[in-house]
Design a protein around this ligand. Sequence first.
Ligand SMILES: Cc1cc2nc3c(=O)[nH]c(=O)nc-3n(C[C@H](O)[C@H](O)[C@H](O)COP(=O)(O)OP(=O)(O)OC[C@H]3O[C@@H](n4cnc5c(N)ncnc54)[C@H](O)[C@@H]3O)c2cc1C
Length: 494
Amino acid sequence: MANSSAAQVEHVDVLVIGAGISGIDAAYHLRHSEPDKTFLVLEGLESFGGTWLMHRYPGVRSDSDLYTFGYGFKPWTGPPIATAAEICDYLGEVIEENDLASHIRYHHRIVSAAWSSETNRWTVVAERTDTGEIARFSCTFLWMCQGYYRHAEGYTPTWPGMDRYRGQVVHPQTWPEDLDLTGKQVLVIGSGATTATLVPAIAEQCAHVTVLQRSPTYFYAGPNTNETADMLRELDIDETWIHEIVRRKILHDMEIVTQLSVDEPEFLSDVLIDLAAEQLPEGYDVATHFTPTYRPWRQRLAYLPDGDLFAGISAGLATMVTDEIDTFTETGIVTRSGRELLADVIITATGFNLSVLGDIDFSIDGAPLDLARTITYRGMMFTGVPNLAWIFGYFRASWTLRADMVCDLVCRILDKMDELGVARVTPALRPEDEADEVLEWIDAENFNPSYLMRSLHLMPKRLAKAEWQHSQDYWTEKDLLPAVDLDDGCLRFT
Ligand SMILES: Cc1cc2nc3c(=O)[nH]c(=O)nc-3n(C[C@H](O)[C@H](O)[C@H](O)COP(=O)(O)OP(=O)(O)OC[C@H]3O[C@@H](n4cnc5c(N)ncnc54)[C@H](O)[C@@H]3O)c2cc1C
């Protein structure tokens, strides 16, 4: 690392922003594939883990299995669905085993990043969250691993009468450490993966938990074990092998389900609803509370380890209400159908605010960067934006499957720059792309979670060609991304 005497700007070859699962993936790849490059990871928080460090609500856990949500290079040896603490431990081991700690700087929140075509460098300004000082860095390549949602606060819609409500309103993303729900009437708004995690974790201590959902979600329940892994462990097979075999098996099974969701969505939907009914008491109103109106996998399928949400409902600890909010009152909520739901605490499990590129002020040669005016190159770089990649994983399959592949591709691009002896790589449409229709970042017909739909206008655009889009389809990309032709004219090396 060189210290420029100019204005105490610390220079590295590659600067990674964010020490979540993606940033640590990037650091691992730089360490092993680019041993001659200097790099730093800058992280705003006090430690690593990102999502898994910040989310502190009771029961917080993955909804993907860790054989695929874990890295390809580090075996996962615990139960498939993992707690936040288990995921952080796993990430900590990756840092330790690969000697990454000295490359990570915590308490560095990036506020701006400016590209100069004169120097072929990014200059990045960080605010120290511990001391308030400003620190400056420059780099040849900027690798954004900042995640996809605003970390400071979750999304809470504004409902009529909210200001009258005398109880406490809590968003799971900013869970108060001292919140005591013992003996309380709790109302949870929303029925996504967060609710499915939270409700079983708090149900026993509360007087009662009511889940108010506007529309039902698909859930599927199963044990938090993996038969194949358990069997291979009994045979004393090496964990590296187990990881690879189990990963392949899970991906194989997921492919079948994904294909089914496209080819026979009604059949799959019926199967999932029947499975839910089997876990609920006889005569339970599955049609109202667990029969979604959307196609399976248009949103992420929520897994219930050991069917814990269904168990809570069956035990009478939690009640589902499928209705809309008419107004908040002093003591709770009145629904559109006139039902009054009393609550001491209301938990708004209503999702995220999308954050595009970490709310950082980006500029290119002095002009502000409007990412929505760019077209994405393979969901990882952007037209007209030099020497910058981001990691945006999968929503349907595990995020990390894509992160691993993007890491490999970024390293290939860095190698290609070295090979050509160039200082700049910029995605640009080829003549044959110019007339193509410019589309929204994601096809809402295919996948449409509400946080994305709310902020789609902020996202980069895509074309219909594979080169110019972020596919949510792992099974296509697993062959495409490793075989990307860097000489196909989409990347200008200058
Ligand atoms: C509760 C929950 C459960 C989830 N479960 C799953 C799951 O089971 N499977 C799955 O595939 N996905 C899951 N996801 C999605 C999940 O966020 C991603 O899969 C993954 O953890 C994202 O990792 P990341 O490193 O890209 O981003 P993050 O985890 O968001 O980490 C980004 C890091 O960048 C830092 N950062 C951001 N902006 C700046 C800045 N300006 N300056 C400095 N640092 C910055 C943040 O502080 C953070 O540490 C879940 C999400 C949530 C919220």
